[in-house]
Design a protein around this ligand. Sequence first.
Ligand code: GUN
Length: 299
Amino acid sequence: MSETAAKIIDGKVHAERVRSRVADEVARLRADYGLQPGLAVVLVGEDPASQIYVRSKGEHSLAVGMHSVTHRLPADASQHELLRLVGELNADPAIHGILVQLPLPKHLDEQAVIAAISPDKDVDGLHVVNAGRLANGVPALIPCTPLGSMILLRETVGDLTGLNAVVVGRSVLVGRPMAQLLLQADCTVTIAHSRTRDLQAVCRQADILVAAVGRPRMIRGDWIKPGAAVIDVGINRVPFDDPVKAAAGRTKVVGDVNFKEAAQVAGWITPAPGGVGLMTVAVLLQNTLTAAKRIAGLD
Ligand code: GUN
């Protein structure tokens, strides 16, 4: 028997495919309609992880031929300043997608900022109008991480009809929209969470298991049904296993799934890092393209 039973779902390959499709379509829109999709990213403060994500979003949007602007506000920016900027971007015809990087500094009201973004430009899919549209099964802008996870499942497992899907985690950003997408794909969907009884037994029922809990390596090999597709959304920083590196304060990223154990049992599995995380920015570009086409009446 090979050491790893599961097929590894390589996020890099799938993300490149999404970006390449987006780049082709952006070129076509520019040539045929003079329409250049535009993405505005707003960063408040200097959180190091957020700075890396925001830079990556700017670079990737330029690379696919989009118009790209990044607005950096100081950590002590007021709610009023931020809302005024969102209002300007809502009214700017060169901008089709607006993303306010989260988390915001504590003095700012995240919900009010998301509510101020025009639902047609809400490329994060976080506005209640988009959450409602998704729940009703009508065209919506869909949060990037669950949509990226869905693309991975479609391009690997294929038809999901009738499969048992278990989503562990009920966040607005991932768990809830993921469950809606799986339901639309005709899965039988369970949303499990920190209060679920016998979580291990629930997970073992899953043909598709999506882990989005934010707890490092929580899901063990014996929680997984043999042959299942496992999508690990977790991005957790932990000390290195090597005690010398750990003592030096060095950390690494691991998922919510114990990859070594799970890869012996699953049929497909995403590594973390190297899986879903790489899809998120690619899908943000896809959402910006979708928003631009809908705003222009070309969808
Ligand atoms: N911070 C971490 N993930 C995300 C995301 O998907 N969208 C936004 N806006 N901020 C984030």
